[in-house]
Design a protein around this ligand. Structure first.
Ligand code: GLY
Length: 352
């Protein structure tokens, strides 16, 4: 008899775990009343642990890099099994619009270099040569050549298809009690809903609004890379897609998913400061999602009990951290653990 696992949560984290566990011979049932409708659907799809690095956050960087290193194989397998083209950019470029931002980029480059990873500082002319559509106010750039981006919605579809092929059963009834699930093991991967099923779990919603823009005939082409920058103190990014650009993202301590006028105003103004031609695009969609955040910006990946494993709290980095999380949970299911995710063990918080 094969062993059984119930995975609660059908975002990219839960579906990747379900897929990988089924490939290892587990009987898997994936529970979600609204498959992939949360943060995975809204996401930008950047894989950018170096560009988001900051001195003091060694564990966050190490975990992100461990997952980025897995992405080529992980994404390549999904692409070859489904025929979908997931990767939409091959590198990321963070730009500075003022001298304080330029200083921050040099700090990041130096610190990431000390952690053994290379980023290249580019002057204004080098930035403009790489990305001519960027604004004239750009004065410095930081290039992370290994930081790709993926189309999150194609990723959701690829994971769904490979999970089905691997034998994962999908259940759309709501789960109110983990103890009632008929399985040998349970994986809780329900994002911001996770604390409802395991009270005390330190996960809170951080709202983000995001825009999906489509190119129009004659419009300036999208940048070739993911473009990131800070405008008026707000982080802004442009992630290329086959048909346009994803512009992100606002960040508030809030639990609603309404798109606000102020959110759209800020996103458009900040994107325009990075790429003045953005106004030529069609505003196709504005969405809001809830990032499942933890107090220390590391996710929760580990055992909560002999039967329950948690994999949530990925904050801004759910898409990036999908491959390493799936590997870690499969290792836990099979009685071992993964060194790469030890810092994310939920035991670091009393009450988990
Ligand atoms: N992954 C970027 C964000 O959450 O805005």
């Amino acid at each position: 008899m094969s062993r059984s696992v119930a995975v609660v949560g059908g975002g990219v984290i839960g579906t990747a775990i379900a897929w990988q566990a089924a490939r290892r011979g587990w009987r898997v049932r994936l529970h979600d009343p609204h498959f992939a409708s949360g943060a995975s659907w809204v996401a930008g799809g950047m894989l950018a642990p170096l560009s988001e690095g900051w001195p003091g956050e060694q564990d966050v960087l190490a975990l992100g890099v461990a997952s980025l290193d897995r992405w080529s194989d992980f994404g390549g397998t999904l692409e070859s099994e489904t025929g979908l083209e997931l990767f939409t950019s091959s590198s990321s470029l963070t730009v500075a619009l003022d001298s304080a931002d330029a200083e921050d980029l040099r700090t990041i480059a130096e610190w990431v270099g000390e952690q053994g990873r290379e980023m290249r500082v580019l002057n204004r002319a080098e930035v403009r040569e790489l990305e001519p559509s960027l604004g004239r106010a750009v004065r410095l750039g930081l290039l992370a050549e290994s930081e790709r981006a993926v189309d999150n919605r194609l990723l959701v579809e690829a994971l769904r298809r490979t999970a089905v092929t691997a034998g994962v059963e999908f259940a759309d009834g709501p789960v109110h009690d983990l103890g009632a699930l008929d399985a040998d093991q349970v994986v809780l991967a329900a994002g911001t809903s996770s604390p409802k099923l395991w009270p005390g779990l330190p996960v809170r919603p951080v709202k983000g609004e995001i825009l999906r823009l489509r190119t129009r005939p004659g419009a300036t082409p999208p940048p070739g890379r993911t473009i990131r920058g800070t405008v008026h103190g707000r982080p802004s990014y442009l992630v290329p897609r086959a048909d346009g650009i994803v512009v992100g993202a606002t960040q508030y301590e809030a639990a609603d998913t309404q798109v606000t006028v102020a959110g759209i105003r800020d996103l458009v103004a900040d994107a325009e400061a990075l790429m003045p031609a953005i106004g030529e695009y069609e505003l196709h969609e504005a969405t809001a999602g809830l990032r499942p955040a933890t107090p220390d910006n590391l996710p929760l990946i580990g055992r909560l009990s002999e039967k329950v494993i948690v994999a949530t709290g990925h904050g801004r980095n759910g898409i990036l951290l999908t491959p390493v999380t799936a590997d870690a949970v499969v290792a836990l299911l099979e009685g071992s653990d993964l060194e790469d995710t030890r810092a994310a063990d939920p035991g670091r918080f009393a009450g988990s």
